[in-house]
Design a binder for this molecule. Sequence first.
Ligand code: FES
Length: 156
Amino acid sequence: MGRASSPSPVRTITNGKSISTTNSTPPRSTQNAAPGVAMIEICPLADLPAGEAKRVLVPPHPPIAVFHTEDGAVYALDDTCTHQDASLADGWVEDCRVECPLHASTFDLRTGGVDQPPAKVGVRAHAVTVQDGTIYVELSDETPNLPPGVSYGASA
Ligand code: FES
């Protein structure tokens, strides 16, 4: 299977529109691409309509947020804001950034970089591949930047 070496290319994103979200049970299959790096089958692209985001539980890793933008690009970030325990999948998307639903720091969907406080550090961005109509995410092997008091099995 071919894999992207970085998140999907940038395209236009709906201005100021909140994307709807759904929680997800853990993906049904995981393939190990390399030690510590997991390629995860998320869901069929058709199950994540354009303009929506999905919180995906990937224990023991922190949950990820998968975004399918209005123009068809797909991105994946760590779902938990680095400021406090908020789900970025519940945020607002504009100009290839997602705004945290609690305090409005925004994160770049391509890189996870943050551009304004109160969050001071970015989230991890994960490589996304859509193959044969199915979304796959390759988890970053970087250390996640979780907010104080939040931990998950692999990141504790
Ligand atoms: S919880 Fe995200 S900016 Fe505060």
